[in-house]
Design a protein around this ligand. Structure first.
Ligand code: C2E
Ligand code: MG
Ligand code: MG
Ligand code: MG
Length: 279
């Protein structure tokens, strides 16, 4: 009886693995097709200053046009199949292009946060590419923030520190993404030259309530000691927003204020000037 159960489990496992590989191959194909056929685009989610109610910045979030695969899925396939460097460069250039377009149209442009995979450390010359791209589009480095996920940093801490310092050296700022989602380490705040930490939705869900919000307040105080700004991600309710604001989070990002938007909707709702206060 015992052995037959094992066999069943083994078969289940095999089928599962096979399913995963087929799935990964499919995603990989669709991703390649998107890259080659102009099928990538960026949406922008506003980051609301919790004191003023206006957008402080926007996070650029990658989408595949006409293909319904979630970003975490296609990003992890891109990382595993050697496509992340091409995608990473496309994302950076598209963000720079968009900023230059907004500047040309006369909007009061806010910084755009660009997600970067730590795998892109292997992209030799990426920082030089960033510098040239910004120059080419006439975009000052202050308009860009690079978001890097904390749980990848600890795989190769030394190289990461060198790389992140290079990014800082060209004048681009740095945010530590997904803080509190994995093996968060307070030492990241001292070892990496970060300007901002972004509290992950899981941390927000756990602590943005009356009973536990003092934890976030203390984290905010600690970050303040290091001159680091804090942003809470995945905020979906007014109650969460108010608690996080009162706990000292500088900025709030989440569906409560806005989902990720097409550039035209960013212009309409957040860049037109007078109407940009949302509370
Ligand atoms: P992330 O960088 O932590 O981005 C935040 C994610 O939370 C986004 O998911 C956003 O749409 C979602 N979100 C925002 N507010 C809320 C909310 O109130 N509730 C909920 N449930 N979700 C909210 P998205 O766009 O699916 O991206 C997922 C992840 O994929 C990102 O997490 C990031 O790690 C990765 N990613 C997205 N675009 C890029 C990119 O251009 N490059 C790289 N390397 N990774 C990217
Ligand atoms: Mg991010
Ligand atoms: Mg995040
Ligand atoms: Mg994430």
């Amino acid at each position: 009886k015992q052995s037959s159960r094992n066999i069943t489990n083994y078969r289940y496992f095999r089928q599962h693995m096979l399913g995963d590989i087929i799935e990964i191959n499919k995603i990989s194909e669709l991703l390649n097709h998107s890259i080659e056929n102009d099928g990538l685009r960026l949406l922008y989610q506003p980051q609301i200053n919790s004191a003023t109610g206006s957008a402080d910045g926007f996070e650029a979030l990658l989408r595949l046009m006409d293909v319904n695969i979630s970003p975490p899925d296609f990003i992890s396939v891109a990382e595993g199949r050697g496509m992340i460097n091409i995608i990473g460069r496309w994302v950076f250039e598209e963000a720079a292009r968009q900023i230059s377009e907004w500047k040309r149209k006369g909007f009061a442009v806010k910084p755009v946060a660009v997600n970067m995979s730590v795998r892109q450390i292997d992209d030799n010359g990426f920082v030089e590419f960033m510098e040239k791209t910004l120059e080419g589009y006439g975009v000052e480095p202050e308009y860009i923030e690079i978001e890097i996920t904390e749980n990848l940093l600890f795989e190769d801490t030394k190289r990461a520190v060198v790389f992140l310092n290079k990014i800082k050296d060209i004048g681009v700022s740095l945010a530590l993404d997904d803080f509190g989602s994995g093996f968060s380490s307070i030492s990241y705040l001292t070892r990496f030259p970060v300007d901002k930490i972004k509290y992950d939705k899981s941390l927000v869900d756990q602590y943005a309530n009356i009973d536990k919000c003092s934890v976030i307040q203390k984290l905010n105080l600690l970050a303040g000691e290091f001159n680091i700004k804090t942003l809470a991600e995945g905020v979906e309710t007014r109650e969460q927003f108010e608690l996080l604001r009162d706990a000292g989070c500088h900025a709030i990002q989440g569906y409560y204020f806005s989902k990720p938007l097409e550039p035209e909707d960013v212009e309409k709702n957040f860049l037109k000037g007078a109407g940009d206060m949302i509370f």
